[in-house]
Write a protein of this length. Structure first.
Length: 253
């Protein structure tokens, strides 16, 4: 079983498609989404469609981000939409055909069922941040959905578990890794990448908003060595076939 966390998508459906294809998830794998699926990017609706379809192929955990909080506040509770629209909500409305009334019912169910956090034996997943001295079920909504990572960064959580977050864009497109705390919002809607981070493994898969997968120097070298190895195996197999097809040469006694 492999487990990946995926950071803030923000409507970057092409990036999501490329990242999922690169992961090639199997039924026993698990993908944890950290929230902020919508707003700012060009195709929020398609991003949600992809995640709903992904549930038919692998295990999926979906967390709530602050942008889903804003959407549901407007769409379900009738709150003023000015703050949400000013923070990228216009692109979400456009992706649904220009009106929130056109959001499909299965998408509304998706938004309603999002989780505030997810916790396993050695890792905590949450959208924004955490108070290191408070159990996850007692964290405030402001901390869970809205608080950005600013110096000094929060210390290790009282549980001793590593915490994986999104929400705070990393403008250089690189994962922020402080061992006890990892931030994988790598600014896909800007000029960065959507990141899939393997938990307990070494894989970091990234794609830009156009769907182009980023290949690190190490991954390029690994692929070249792999292809070289395949080429050598093919050559050896061909030589063996030639040798097996040769007839013993005759000699004069």
């Amino acid at each position: 079983m492999r487990r990946f966390a995926i950071g803030d998508i923000h409507g970057c459906a092409k990036a999501l498609r490329s990242v999922i294809e690169a992961i090639d998830p199997q039924p026993e794998d698990e993908i944890v989404f950290l929230g902020d699926y919508i707003d700012r990017g060009p195709d929020s609706r398609d991003a949600i469609d992809q995640i709903i379809e992904l549930r038919t192929r692998t295990q999926v955990v979906t967390l709530r981000g602050n942008h889903e909080v804003m959407l549901m506040g407007v769409a379900i509770h009738g709150m003023d939409d000015s703050v949400w629209l000013a923070n990228g909500g216009n692109s979400t409305v456009a992706s649904y055909g220009g009106a929130l009334s056109r959001i499909p019912s299965n998408h509304l169910v998706f938004f309603h069922e999002l989780l505030p956090y997810y916790e396993i034996d050695d890792t905590i997943f949450v959208h924004a941040s955490y108070d290191p001295d408070v159990e996850m079920f007692e964290q405030t909504e402001r901390m869970t959905y809205w608080t950005h990572l600013v110096p000094p960064l929060p210390g290790p959580h009282m549980s001793g578990k590593r915490v994986i977050v999104g929400h705070t864009p990393q403008p250089d497109g690189q994962v922020l890794d402080r061992d006890h705390l990892v931030c994988i919002d790598t600014y896909c809607f800007g000029y960065g990448y959507l990141t899939a981070y393997e938990i307990g493994g070494k894989a970091i898969i990234q794609a830009d908003r156009h769907g182009h997968v980023k290949h690190s120097p190490m991954s390029v070298l690994q692929n070249r060595l792999l292809n070289l190895g395949k080429g050598c195996k093919s050559l050896i197999a061909a030589l063996k076939s030639i040798r097996q097809g040769e007839k013993p040469s005759s000699t004069d006694d």
